[in-house]
Write a protein that binds this ligand. Structure first.
Ligand code: BG6
Length: 471
């Protein structure tokens, strides 16, 4: 059965600066937290020094995007290329690099869709302020965003503020949290989260003032959680998991304040962050224009009652495995109805239809999927090609689920598979590839970095050319 997409649907693809660019210290770029973390793992996997070397291959890579027929390219600007130390001197070379990229995209009829911050906080801000713990970091971000709006806003009309604030916040390494005392750690996390909300609002308001016709929104890591059984407690656990992993973040952006359930948690745990007079107005004014969501998998939750090993309200080790609310605990379980990728992500196209319906009915804002893809150990076959039928099947089923959501009445603007070309996976380097184009390197051998179109590239090209009718 053929699938229907709006005429102006954004058939896109995605990447992020530290995962694709390389050139980590070229053109005046400063060190970022993402570089710092990837260098620490470089004994076992590739790091961000070269990555996919987009910094030197950008023309060839954008030509490949043009040949693919992309309508939009979702990528991030490295804050450390624009302001190497985060809040000091502006780096003209960095601005010139992104001007070249943006101009080339536009000359290829590809809409540049820019994320301001994708895990790569300038490391200098960590040394200076412990990063997001300080309110100064929100102001440094505001200045960086203003520079981007004024340098690129004549051509870039679509912006995302932070990539996956909701997920990033839970990963200590990404936030540079090394505090070991559990209470102090959570207190710091809550303050950092608040400063990122503030930064989001400041940038949103500035975008609306500075960019003629500018549209801006968050990019969240979306969560769909199923109850393990139909026991009401399991249903409650699934709801809590969704709320505490993603919904609180969207609710905050939407209403300009913490939702009641999250406020209750912050108060009960004595984690309320410091706020200042005037913040409320800034937060309330900042209206998102769309919601970008990254979608890879669904989760399943089981309720666990509080007991003496898990006393009420106490965070326990392995936050992603077992979470708590004020009334008990929940545990993430395997969903035996779903297949999983070789890295354990449970593959669930129906979940995408569900989450699109959920967000649409709750917020009534246009939605765009900015990441969705399958990470695998692709290999070059003897014929020099990559036969990634598994990726085609994954993308096919997820795109079909989007078409179903559109039929359900959801306003979906576009779809950007992760990733446009192979790039550095955050924890598995080049062992885990997501791209439509193979990049000829491994973790330990840079080889020639040649670009080789995978079977999925040709398949997606057809999907785009037929506006989804070929599905
Ligand atoms: C998303 C991130 O959460 O997941 C990407 O925004 C990341 O940056 C992607 O690459 C896939 O995760 P991983 O760990 O396989 O790279």
């Amino acid at each position: 059965m053929s699938k229907h997409f709006p005429k102006d649907f954004w058939w896109g693809a995605a990447s992020s600066a530290f995962q694709i660019e390389g050139g980590w210290n070229e053109g005046g770029k400063g060190l970022s937290v993402a570089d710092f973390n990837s260098f620490r793992r470089s004994a076992v996997q590739a790091d961000s020094k070269v990555a996919s070397d987009f910094y030197h291959h950008w023309e060839e890579d954008i030509d490949l995007m043009k040949e693919l027929g992309l309508k939009a390219y979702r990528f991030s600007i490295a804050w450390t290329r624009i302001i190497p130390d985060g809040d000091g001197k502006v780096n003209a070379d960095g601005i010139a690099f992104y001007n070249r990229v943006i101009d080339k995209l536009i000359s290829c009829n590809i809409i540049p869709f820019v994320t301001l911050y994708h895990f790569d906080l300038p490391y200098a801000l960590v040394e200076k302020y412990n990063g997001w713990e300080s309110r100064e970091c929100a102001y440094a971000f505001q200045r960086y965003a203003q520079i981007c709006f004024s340098e690129f806003g004549d051509r870039v009309k679509y912006w995302q503020v932070h990539n996956e604030q909701n997920l990033m916040m839970r990963v200590n390494e990404r936030m540079n949290i090394y505090e070991t005392d559990p209470f102090k750690q959570e207190k710091m996390r809550a303050q950092m989260d608040y400063h990122m909300f503030l930064a989001h609002a400041l940038a949103t308001n500035d975008c609306h003032k500075m960019v003629d016709g500018g549209k801006i929104g968050p990019a969240v890591s979306s969560t769909v959680t199923y109850p393990l059984t139909n026991k009401p407690e399991d249903v409650w656990a699934a709801l809590m998991n969704n709320r505490f992993k993603t919904d609180y973040c969207l609710d905050f952006h939407f209403n300009g304040e913490y939702p009641g359930y999250y406020l209750a948690y912050l108060k009960e745990q004595n984690l309320m962050p410091a706020m200042e007079d005037g913040d409320r107005e800034i937060l309330k004014q900042a209206k998102m224009d769309f919601i970008a969501l990254n979608y890879y998998r669904t989760l399943t939750a089981r309720y666990l009652p509080a007991d003496e090993n898990h006393p009420k309200g106490q965070r326990i080790e392995g936050f992603n495995e077992v979470d708590y609310d004020m009334y008990g605990y929940w545990k993430i379980e395997k969903n035996t109805n779903l297949a999983a990728s070789e890295y354990g992500a449970q593959i669930d196209p129906v979940g995408l239809r569900i989450v699109l319906n959920e967000y649409w009915s709750r917020y009534h804002l246009p939605l765009i999927i900015t990441e969705n893809g399958l990470g695998t150990a692709d290999e070059l076959a003897e014929d020099g090609k990559v036969h990634d039928a598994y990726r085609i099947s994954y993308l096919h089923d997820h795109i079909a689920a989007i078409a179903d959501a559109i039929e359900d009445g959801v306003d979906v603007m576009g779809y950007c598979p992760w990733s446009v070309i192979d790039l550095l996976s955050s924890h598995q380097g080049f062992k885990k590839r997501y791209g439509l184009v193979y990049v000829n390197r491994t973790d330990s051998d840079l080889k020639d970095l040649a670009r080789i179109k995978k079977d999925s590239y040709f398949w997606y090209k057809n999907v785009i050319a037929s506006n989804g009718n070929s599905l």
